[in-house]
Design a protein around this ligand. Structure first.
Ligand SMILES: *Cc1c(COP(=O)(O)O)cnc(C)c1O
Length: 486
C-alpha cells in the first residue's frame, strides 16, 4: 500500500514514511492510494477473528491491509501491546452498551485519559517508538492543548524511548481535573509548559517554532495532531468491532439468497472530522454501514455543509465556547480527506477548494455540484446539531430512563442519533469521553456530579510537574534545547 496527497502530489510513500509527518509537502493530507475491499467472506472471517481472538487481533487484520513496511509479526506484537485489558479496562476494549431497543453506545473512552483519543494515540506511541528505534532516531513532539489531545498524547508517549513531549497549555485555564491528569505525570520525557496566555497563544508558539525550519530540523520537532493518518487508521478498527457486536449473533454470511447482510448506522460527535472520517474509510472498505451521522454542537460548520453543500469556516471570534468543548472548532482539519473522495479523488480540484478558495474567500459552495447532490446516497452521510439545552435534556433523559450517565459530547451524539433512527437498523453512538471530565455540566443537568473512576481518586492532590513560561517563543525554544542536549 502506498500513500498520496489530497492536493495531487503522487510521490509514492509507504506507511512509515508518513507516520512521523503532518501535512504532505504540497499542503494536502495523506490517504492510501485505494481502500482495500472487504467482501462478505472476508467480513465473516474478521468477525470470527474478533469473536475468537479479540480486539487486538482484529486491529492487526485491519492495519496490515494498510501497512506494508512493518513485518507482520512486529505489527501483531504492537497491536497486542496496545489493546490490553490493563490499559483499556475491559476484555472487549470497546464494550457496546444498549441504551434502548436498537440504540447503543460504543464505549471508546475507557483508556488512560477517559476520551476516545486514547484509542489511536496509544497505538501511535508504540508505532513511534518502534519506528524511531529502527531508524536510531529521536523525536521531540511539540503540541498545544486545551485538554483532551494533550493528555492523550502524554499518556501514550510517557516512558517511550527516543521520544520527548513538550505540551503547551494555557496557564490556569484547564479544569482542575485536566490539569491534574497532565501535570501529575512524573516521567522524565514529558514536559508540561503552562503558557501565560490563552490557547491561541500556545498554538501561535507551536506554529512559530515549526516555521523555524533550522530549529525544527536540528531538534527533530514533530506533532501528533488529528490529521495524522495512523491515528485515523487506528480508529477504523472500532467501527468493525462495533458492527460485529451490534449484529451478533447473526450468521454471516447468510447462505446465498436467504437474506441480506445486516447493516448498522453510526452517529459520531464531531469536531475535526477525524473520528467520522475513519467511519467513512470503514464504509469505503465495504463495512455494511447504512448511514454515518455527523453530530455537531453550536459550532455547526459540518452540519451546515451536509445540509447545504456550503463549507464556511468560522473566524476565531465566531467560534463559540460550549459545554462540549472538544467539538468547538472553526474548521474541520480532516474534512479535506472526504472532499477529495467526493470529487472523485481529483487532487487539482481539491487544491482549488482548500488551497485557494478557502484561503481567498473563507468558504466554498458545492450545492450546485451533482457530486454533492448524491453524496448522502453514495457515502451515507447525514448530520444534525445539538445545543447546550439539548445536552442537558439528553443527559437527564438517558440518566433517568437508561440508568447511564453520559458526557456532554456523547449527549450531542445521542440527541442527533434519535432524529435519524431507521426501522430495523441498529444505531450506534460513539461515546467520545466519560462524564467525569465534564463534571460541571453533568452537575448542571443532574444536580449531582458524575461518579469518579476509583483510579482518579485524589489526583488533584498529587505533586505537579509543570514549567510556567510567558507567551514567548524564544523561552520555549530554550527549554526544548536545554532538555534535548544536542
Ligand atoms: C476530539 C473529540 C471529539 C471530536 O473528534 P474529531 O475527531 O475531532 O471529530 C469529540 N468528543 C471528544 C470528547 C473529543 O475529545
Amino acid at each position: 500500500m502506498r500513500y498520496l496527497s489530497t492536493r495531487g502530489d503522487t510521490t509514492p510513500r509507504q506507511f512509515c514514511d508518513i507516520l512521523l509527518e503532518g501535512l504532505a509537502p504540497d499542503g494536502g493530507l495523506y490517504l492510501p492510494e485505494h481502500y482495500p475491499r472487504i467482501d462478505t467472506g472476508e467480513l465473516a472471517r474478521l468477525r470470527a477473528v474478533h469473536a475468537g481472538e479479540g480486539y487486538a487481533a482484529l486491529a492487526f487484520e485491519i492495519l496490515r491491509l494498510y501497512i506494508a513496511d512493518i513485518p507482520e509479526a512486529d505489527l501483531r506484537a504492537i497491536c497486542r501491546k496496545t489493546y490490553t485489558r490493563e490499559v483499556f479496562g475491559t476484555r472487549e476494549i470497546v464494550p457496546l452498551k444498549p441504551l434502548e431497543p436498537g440504540l447503543f453506545l460504543l464505549g471508546l473512552s475507557n483508556g488512560p485519559t477517559l476520551a476516545f483519543k486514547d484509542m489511536a494515540m496509544q497505538l501511535l506511541g508504540h508505532l513511534f517508538e518502534y519506528e524511531l528505534g529502527r531508524r536510531a532516531a529521536e523525536l521531540n513532539i511539540l503540541g498545544a492543548t486545551s485538554g483532551d489531545t494533550g493528555s492523550a498524547a502524554e499518556y501514550a508517549m510517557r516512558g517511550k524511548t527516543g521520544i520527548r513531549v513538550f505540551m503547551l497549555s494555557p496557564h490556569g485555564r484547564m479544569s482542575p481535573f485536566q490539569q491534574a491528569q497532565m501535570f501529575s505525570l512524573q516521567d522524565a520525557n514529558i514536559h508540561n509548559i503552562a503558557i501565560e496566555g490563552v490557547f491561541d497563544d500556545c498554538q501561535d508558539i507551536v506554529k512559530a517554532v515549526s516555521n523555524d525550519l533550522a530549529f525544527k530540523a536540528k531538534y527533530r520537532i514533530g506533532t501528533v495532531n488529528s490529521i495524522n493518518w495512523a491515528r485515523l487508521l487506528a480508529q477504523v478498527v472500532y467501527y468493525f468491532a462495533g458492527y460485529f457486536e451490534a449484529t451478533s449473533p447473526h450468521p454471516n454470511p447468510l447462505p446465498e439468497g436467504e437474506g441480506e447482510i445486516p447493516k448498522v448506522s453510526f452517529t459520531v460527535p464531531s469536531g475535526n472530522f477525524g473520528n467520522v472520517c475513519a467511519g467513512h474509510v470503514a464504509r469505503m472498505m465495504g463495512l455494511p454501514i447504512a448511514h454515518l451521522v455527523v453530530a455537531t454542537n453550536e459550532n455547526d460548520v459540518l452540519d451546515e455543509f451536509f445540509r447545504t453543500g456550503i463549507y464556511r469556516v468560522r473566524a476565531a471570534a465566531d467560534t463559540l465556547e460550549t459545554s462540549s468543548p472538544s467539538m468547538d472548532i472553526s474548521k474541520a482539519s480532516n474534512f479535506e480527506r472526504f472532499v477529495f473522495d467526493l470529487l472523485g479523488r481529483d487532487g487539482a480540484a481539491t487544491r482549488a477548494l482548500f488551497g485557494e478558495q478557502l484561503a481567498r474567500q473563507g468558504f466554498f459552495d458545492l450545492s450546485g455540484d451533482a457530486r454533492f447532490q448524491d453524496a448522502a446516497q453514495r457515502y451515507g452521510f447525514q448530520s444534525g446539531r445539538s445545543t447546550h439545552a439539548d445536552r442537558l435534556a439528553t443527559i437527564r433523559d438517558v440518566h433517568q430512563h437508561c440508568a447511564v450517565t453520559m458526557d456532554t459530547h456523547t449527549a450531542d451524539g445521542v440527541k442527533v442519533a434519535r432524529g435519524h433512527r431507521a426501522a430495523g437498523v441498529p444505531m450506534i453512538v460513539l461515546e467520545t469521553a466519560l462524564p467525569i471530565k465534564f463534571a460541571e455540566t453533568i452537575t448542571e443537568a443532574l444536580g449531582h456530579p458524575p461518579e469518579r473512576p476509583a483510579k482518579f481518586d485524589g489526583i488533584e492532590d498529587l505533586p505537579k510537574r509543570v514549567s510556567v513560561l510567558p507567551a514567548d517563543v524564544a523561552q520555549v525554544k530554550a527549554l526544548i534545547a536545554q532538555q534535548t542536549k544536542i
